[in-house]
Design a protein around this ligand. Structure first.
Ligand code: BG6
Length: 654
């Protein structure tokens, strides 16, 4: 399957043709020997250069404690860019020109003398490049150095001279309300708020920026964007990756600080804020700040019933051997750590627009699949009119913003299945970035650097916004600190997190809307390598079903007529004697042979806990294959090759 035939391509938009290049400046990077520089900043500069968006009057002065010279710096960047660039093809000529504008000067953050040398270097580069005296100072260091660097920049005369000065601060901006206040004070002591650009890389994502474009450029949705029409909103930021080698940082952070307080609250603000008067940076940021200040700040007892947390444990194979270590076994993590790697919660926005609309958030590491989605669930239509038809229950309309890895927007609704009777099927309208725009993947930092040189702070957090976000997170942090979770680790790697997350939303009579993407279906041998059109049709035909603990889903000997995908929960596979031979969990599937041929089931399957399933009925699968006969032959082949089943076309589509 090629990218362009996927339901949603994971490509971002190519820069808009004809845009002016960035403004002249010297970019001074502190922490130039670190990860961020090689993984994101330099690839972003390279993308800007490739797209003709980087000023010719531009140079980089990298600095860090590492003692290397300019030639060595250029050599290591030239090596790293091969690994981290995001273009389909690498352009040596563009890189060659760019890397010649990279310079390096080692400096110790606590040495004014070193900073004076940096100042002289910047001046020389400025003259050479004609950068109009402008300096963009990028703090790609740990935040604990920000204050010291600011101090020494001032002492070394960086504030003097012509041109502008702008400071870009990387996250995390504080680790709680008090540290964020101290950090803000340390930076604003030397620089005016208008000169400070606090990065949240989610705001650099096209799909996040598009939240505003979508809401405010389309007249159709805004009238519905309120408590009268919207039932609930869900934010999912789920990662398949574990903590990796970042244990040292992560163990002091946890998902609430790492993902929710910043990235998720920023998206929340974009999605729920009032329309700004204009796209002027402060017009937008004022509305964001207003929105965040309307989010209910919880008391400790509210935290207990509105937020849950989790920590992933090891993964085991069927024989019980550990195949992947849990969080507490990760490098640089305390073996008794109580840091959360998963959190789910419910927030309330106490304003006219959103009163009573629950906002659910869920994020974690080592989960079943990677996916950032925002699901806006509208109020359901009444079923009454369908009385006497086959339609028993209507699903709510949902607007799904696919932020990543799929990038697009999908509107889910119901339509009549062609035929003489009234029956409904979930269908969608979707917009995919990959289809609509020429694709070239961006890191998200291009637009940040570009906007900063243009003095456009829209995509950056303002001091008050950061504080508002901490205000919401602080009581949760406090409560968790006081009452460390006794049951950690409480979710297995590769699942949808702890049971408590499902119970949290189930208490409100709702459930998490799991977005099944083509790559999830492709994990089944039955659908591996299948055409995007087929996968899409299957996704639309999945019906959700919840089963209680102890309920039997499949009886041995029953005729197989459907397949199951486990969204969350656990099921047990029982042999003829009723003994458990296997346990299946989130992301696992069973019964898919039932789609190929109606034969007696070979095992009984029983829910071990409350389990959310997606069911695909054979009747729907056959209908899809009748609608797309071009895929039926390949399914016959899959049946033979992957399941050793010889079946006839009629059995498949009849
Ligand atoms: C970072 C977090 O801010 O965002 C990481 O520190 C996380 O833990 C990352 O993995 C996710 O970013 P993205 O762009 O991959 O969603």
């Amino acid at each position: 399957m090629t990218d362009s035939t996927r339901m949603f391509s994971s490509a971002a938009v190519e820069s808009q043709g004809g845009a002016d290049p960035s403004k002249p400046c010297i970019m001074l990077i502190f922490g130039a020997s670190g990860d961020l520089t090689k993984r994101l900043l330099v690839p972003a500069l390279y993308n800007l250069a490739c797209d003709g968006l980087l000023s010719d009057n531009f140079a980089v002065l990298g600095s860090a404690i590492t003692q290397v010279d300019t030639d060595e710096f250029r050599a290591s960047m030239s090596k790293d860019i091969k690994e981290f660039h995001t273009r389909n093809q690498f352009d040596d000529a563009v890189w060659g020109k760019l890397v010649n504008r990279f310079h390096y000067q080692a400096a110790s953050f606590d040495s004014v003398e070193d900073f004076k040398v940096l100042r002289q270097k910047v001046e020389v580069l400025d003259k050479e490049m004609g950068a109009d005296g402008n300096i963009l100072i990028y703090f790609a260091t740990a935040p604990s150095f920000f204050g010291l660097i600011c101090e020494n920049l001032s002492k070394a005369g960086f504030k003097e001279g012509k041109g502008w000065r702008r400071i870009v601060c990387e996250k995390p901006f504080g680790t709680d309300t008090e540290s964020a206040r101290v950090l803000n004070a340390a930076v604003t002591k030397h620089w005016d708020e208008s000169q400070i650009f606090r990065v949240d890389h989610y705001l650099g994502k096209e799909t996040v920026q598009n939240l505003l474009a979508f809401r405010f450029s389309n007249g159709m949705f805004e009238p519905l964007w309120n408590k009268n029409f919207i039932d609930n909103i869900q934010f999912n930021v789920c990662e398949e990756v574990d903590v990796g080698s970042r244990g040292g940082y992560y163990d002091k952070s946890g998902v609430l600080r790492d993902m929710m307080q910043n990235h998720m609250f920023q998206m929340l603000a974009y999605l729920c804020m009032e329309p700004p008067a204009s796209f002027e940076p402060d017009a937008v940021r004022n509305e964001k700040s207003k929105l965040l200040s309307s989010v209910r700040v919880y008391k400790p007892e509210d935290v207990a019933c509105n937020f849950v947390r989790g920590q992933y444990g090891s993964a085991f194979n069927d024989e019980g051997a550990m195949i992947k270590p849990g969080y507490r076994e990760a490098q640089d993590v305390d073996p008794k750590s109580t840091t959360e790697t998963f959190a789910a919660g419910k927030l309330h926005i106490d304003n006219w627009r959103w009163e009573g609309v629950p906002i659910y958030l869920r994020s974690g590491k080592a989960l079943w699949k990677r996916g950032t989605e925002i699901v806006v669930e509208f109020k359901k239509a009444p079923e009454a009119i369908f009385k006497g038809t086959a339609v028993k229950k209507l699903a709510p309309n949902r607007l799904v913003f696919h932020i990543q890895p799929y990038q697009g927007i999908e509107l889910l609704f119901q339509a009549k299945v062609p035929g003489p009777t009234m029956s409904l099927q979930k269908v969608d309208m979707h917009f995919s970035y990959g289809d609509a725009f020429k694709a070239s993947r961006y890191t998200g930092y291009e637009v940040m650097i570009y906007a900063c040189t243009n003095n456009d702070a829209t995509l950056f957090s303002r001091g008050d916004l950061v504080m508002e976000a901490w205000k919401i997170a602080q009581p949760i942090l406090d409560y968790w600190k006081k009452t460390p979770a006794p049951d950690f680790p409480n979710y297995a790697r590769g699942t949808w997190g702890p049971k408590a997350a499902n119970e949290l939303i189930a208490r409100d009579g709702r459930r998490w809307f799991e977005v099944v993407t083509p790559d999830v279906l492709e994990r089944l041998p039955l659908f591996r390598g299948a055409d995007a059109l087929l996968l899409k049709a299957i996704i639309m035909s999945l019906n959700s079903k919840a089963v209680e603990a102890g309920e039997v889903i499949i009886y041995k000997g029953d005729m197989a007529n459907e397949m199951y995908l486990i969204c969350s929960g656990e099921v047990e596979v029982l042999d003829g004697a009723g003994d458990v031979i296997k346990t299946l969990k989130d992301g696992d599937y069973f019964g898919e042979i039932g789609l190929l041929i109606s034969s007696p089931r070979t095992a009984t399957i029983r829910a071990k806990s409350l389990t959310d399933l997606y069911v695909l009925e054979k009747t729907d699968f056959s209908r899809i294959l009748r609608e797309y006969p071009q895929f039926a032959d390949s399914m016959l082949k899959v049946a033979k090759d992957r399941y050793d089943l010889t079946i006839l076309l009629d059995q498949l589509i009849g």
